[in-house]
Design a protein around this ligand. Structure first.
Ligand code: ZN
Length: 185
């Protein structure tokens, strides 16, 4: 997360720029965050999790790591935790390949993503998991921006919560007005 004066390229300027890719750049960082996220998830959810799923736009790398780390805390004789990636589709939703539809069917799924913005991505992923016959136990993310417009009907767990300062239309940006130079990212 960077502080400054940013042009988001969508007509808005703001003081905070968040780049989740920074988390994934060094694998050990995401392993640590995954461990910490597991630590804050309630045991009944962890115990019931058979599949960890996440969107390939970010959460899938985290989901893969969480699935692996969960087994390091379980009996070695138990069934290994499975992983399923969700892919964005042309209609603006998310979908599972045929292979992963079969994998999810009849199983309990923990849905994870790196960041929760509007909650739309998690909602679309949950819809795809349910359409394939999976049961969504909970959603979880490293960072919740506290701007969710869509809430799932299952618990949501965040490792960190932070509300960024409001963004402004570029034509009405107070930072521009006070002559603060725009930072690049
Ligand atoms: Zn500005």
């Amino acid at each position: 997360m960077l502080n400054g004066h940013f042009d988001f390229g969508n007509g808005y300027h703001g003081q905070v720029y968040l780049n989740p890719h920074q988390l994934f750049r060094q694998p050990s960082t995401i392993w640590r965050f995954a461990q910490d996220l597991i630590d804050v998830l309630p045991s009944p959810i962890l115990d019931a999790t058979e599949v960890v799923a996440g969107p390939v736009t970010g959460g899938a790398l985290l989901a893969h790591t969480v699935a692996g780390l969960l087994d390091s805390r379980r009996e070695i004789t138990g069934p290994p935790t499975l992983f399923a990636p969700l892919t964005p589709d042309a209609s603006g939703g998310y979908s599972l390949s045929r292979f992963y539809q079969q994998l999810v069917k009849g199983r309990s799924v923990l849905l994870v993503d790196d960041v929760r913005n509007t909650g739309q991505t998690l909602a679309r992923c949950a819809a795809a998991l349910r359409a394939s016959g999976g049961t969504v136990l909970a959603s979880a993310e490293i960072y919740d921006r506290l701007e969710a417009m869509v809430e799932l009907d299952v618990p949501n767990v965040a490792l960190a919560e932070y509300k960024a300062p409001e963004n402004h239309a570029s034509s009405n940006c107070p930072l521009c007005k006070s002559g603060v130079p725009i930072n690049s990212f």
